[in-house]
Design a protein around this ligand. Sequence first.
Ligand code: SF4
Length: 378
Amino acid sequence: MAVVADPALLPIEHKVEEGIPLSIEDGLTLFRTGDLHTLGRLAREAKLRKSGRKVFYVLNRYINSTNVCYAGCRFCSFAADEFKERDRAIRMSADEVMAKALETGTNFNQIHIVGGHDPRQLSLDYWLPLMRRFKERLPHVQLSLFTAAEIDYMARRHRTTYPPLLGQLREAGLDNINGGGAEVFAERVRKQICPNKVTAEQWLEIHEEAHRQGIASNATLLYGTIETLEERLDHLVRLRESQDRSPGYNAFIPLAFHPDGNELSYCGWTTGLDDIRMFAVARLMLYNFDHIKAYWMIQGLKVCQVALDFGADDMDGTHGSTDEERIYHSAGTHSGQYVDDREFRRLIEEAGYEPVRRNSTYDEFAFDWKPDAEVVLA
Ligand code: SF4
């Protein structure tokens, strides 16, 4: 029988065992407990019920195709003004994006692209032909493109609504919508940190409509700025309800705020303990999400390895050896740009789990899987 040092966790353990959704009050108890061992055990047991001893990773390419953006989010260090910051502004042509994706070969299963609200790039004229080219050239690669914030921007730009826009993107090959842009759903926080982008209701509506059309997605929470613990938990409950209404979220990814070079620098860095608690609480609150992702680029490989014992079952992607992630590197992350899949496997195995290579929708692949020779040579 496991020792539970904090008796306040006993009724929560009972609820988790009975499959009863945890309340915001339960979440607060979990965030505040000093009994980190029981918190970890409960989250680990919940993870084992979901995915056994498997921990997933994907061989992928990661591209920020543009950082031109006028949304002005206060936590952002990535966006550039194309006129005032010419030396920092990046806007890749479709050919450049294609060439970048192929730079290290074709043996990858996902291409992950996000960018700013760039009036010259974020349009169907740019993306639909490029997506079709990807699908023709790389039929084994899933397209994990855009956030709901970018999709909302595109809809406004083309004066259309979400269902037909998502239909066009799906027909061109969109497999998965990235989880960004959710930030914190609470209006109090959104008004202060990202007043000019998609609202919480619109973010949820886009993901739910995408799921109805057969497009998968992920979800995130940006934590560590001005939000309260209650607002973090409200965010998780709203995601849980969204998954019940329109299933299709694969993974939840807690995104730790990075303070370098933005207007919220005074919030500072999150701590290792806050990161670990965030993974565990997410695992326990989101009973209807299959995967909790510890994204090494954000919390760092070492914290993410520990997170595997606190409910996480995914370490995200290797990225290509020539990739240049800019969102978190502009904000001060100490993570590198690339992780060899052998390193993922070493870290996962050392933590006592079984590494499993996946794609965006969690189809499994042998670790040494390669695309057909004719694809490589095409
Ligand atoms: S977070 Fe995204 S939408 Fe907001 S300013 Fe940065 S690039 Fe633009």
